[in-house]
Design a protein around this ligand. Sequence first.
Ligand SMILES: [Zn+2]
Length: 483
Amino acid sequence: MARPTTRIMLLLLLIVSFSCVGKAQNFGQPPASQQVPVPAEVAQAESDALGWLQNLIRINTTNPPGNELVAAKYIAGILDHEGIRSEIFESTPGRGFLVARLSANAMPNPSTALLLMAHLDVVGVDKTKWTVDPFGGVIQNGYLYGRGAIDDKGMLAANLAVFVALKRSGVRLNRDVIFLAEGDEEAGGAEGMKFAVDKHWDKIAAGFAINEGGTVTLKNGKVQYIGVQASEKITYNVDVIATGTSGHASIPRADNPVAHLSAAIAKISTYETPVQFNSVTRGYFDGLAAVQDEDTGKWMRALESSDRAEHAAKYISSVNPMWSAMLRDTISPTMLQAGIRVNVIPGEARAVLNIRLLPGNMIDTLVAKLRQLVNDPEVRFEVENSGEQAPSSSLTSDLYKTITQVSAREFPGAPVLPYMSTGGTDSIQLRLRSVQAYGLLPFPITDEDLERMHADNERISVDSFRKGVEYLYAIVSDFSVAK
Ligand SMILES: [Zn+2]
């Protein structure tokens, strides 16, 4: 009996898998009959946007030097073709941003406006490690490959598709929708977002914003959860400088700065900063516990228990280094510099610590702690920059509510979790101006594909890209179309 059953099963499996060939991925959505049909203008914009994304990848905007305005002009051409006027502002030659607006009323109301933003620049590539041309816009086996496919030209093309679809649909808006394509995100933003905010705030002023920085996490073909970035850690670079007496290496000295610096870095590397929570990380771990395996879920729920918190934090940190970084201030030594000759004891040795503080924490407090820990008069600390402290975006705003409602419809059973990114984004510039900014990379994506961001063979699945456009359109239209 076992045999025929196996054979029938195999046959069934074959039929099922054969019938799946060429079918779009489902991502754990309800059956098509229960879904809200995709409007025709959105389906059309999805197809258009895939071509736009290919072309945007082909325009090399590696930063430095960026040269973002070549891509901005390409977008201006698309918008022009749709009858949408756009403006380009130049910060330095060839760099800056593009902005366009769909107006709800004759008089703009910045407090209600929605800003859709993405950056035009990309990080560099090591071409030898890629299996395809990183600037070719190549589609292979259902994936579009290229630098920027997920960071951040995918989002740029999706924003553009949503913006164009809104215009084509001719709907009446209840708020202005602003499209922003900016530059220099990958190198601090001075020539892009900072320039836009400092010099042309009136062009982009909004009450709400959608930017990169979140994820729609795909696991085993199903969306597991939606992480909406509402906060981010604050970056500082701190120099550690040891000074001593320079001299001939044949006569060792007790104040050799290389030895003192090394000892200091060793001590700093073993220091464990305390675990701390805020409303965003609390919401994240609470919600994430429900979709984890039993053990991980159990320890996530115990993170703030009175008796097991310490073990819980250890366990959670060992499972995923990013979770560890979300629970505490982090310190990464990233650069070392000492010596001019093999036989000369240098007078100085330096290291850089890249520090990411939880919002609200003070760099001086941590540096004082490190100074005490190192306890070496020969070693001093210098803070390079002043980090900007912005409040987190609200978890009860109308836009956050809309994202939650649309997500429940699009990906039933996948919770929306507030997320604090360990890295910085341009959203901080907006939060400093009281904008409710949310990070949302709308494409269902596996952790494996997400790790290709800034790495080799960056890619986006064509089905995910299309789904991301639909999902983003649903959010933007629910939020901005007059009922
Ligand atoms: Zn990015």
